[in-house]
Write a protein that binds this ligand. Sequence first.
Ligand code: ADP
Ligand code: 5GP
Length: 193
Amino acid sequence: MRNVLFVISGPSGVGKGTLVKLLLAEDPALALSVSCTTRAPREGEQDGREYFFLSRDTFLNRIREGDFLEYDEHFGNYYGTPKSFVLRQLKEKSVILEIDVIGALKAREIMAKEGVPVVLIMIVPPDLETLRQRLGGRGTEENAELKNRLERVEYELSKQNCYDYVVVNDDLQTTERRLAEIIRKEKEAAYDQ
Ligand code: ADP
Ligand code: 5GP
């Protein structure tokens, strides 16, 4: 039996975090990989749940120690996936990794070498105006930060063809059902191998 690594990407504000929470609540055989970041926690975020919040010095040390499956800098902060943490989780369950497109492609390359089946899923908005409204409605970013995130959208969307699945997040429940079905099908395919 082989557990699967599901990598979920998509522009900031498209609904990744919301969908992943719903999927995890419904499927006890799924785990979430927790990334490390140097950005400050948002209200309600807890260390070890949304992210491991690290100082810049600690993050740089862990880069030097080769502890990240991939890492990148976004909006002036570092974000990275702890490789040992993901491999440990994969021994027990299939794992969801929520990361940006560059990280996703690196993660696929490295994990495929470890013999882990990797499925890339991109979540896209129904249209750009809806994305703007969702990101603005979340109310977690200042205007300049919001602008930064919107400028990156085109790049993220241009990488859709590298992904195994592209799922439009229109109605939340419908999207969650589509994702749950993809996960069920891909787990079944991996267990058969
Ligand atoms: P991401 O993790 O991709 O940055 P979030 O999950 O934080 O995005 O979602 C951004 C905002 O959009 C949140 O306020 C969330 O409640 C809302 N949202 C997510 N999916 C939908 C949807 N299908 N319809 C309407 N609002 C949504
Ligand atoms: P946020 O600050 O909104 O939580 O995340 C900002 C960006 O960082 C998002 O595009 C998110 O997907 C990305 N991100 C989160 N964790 C990781 C990670 O471990 N690695 C990489 N490369 N990007 C990440």
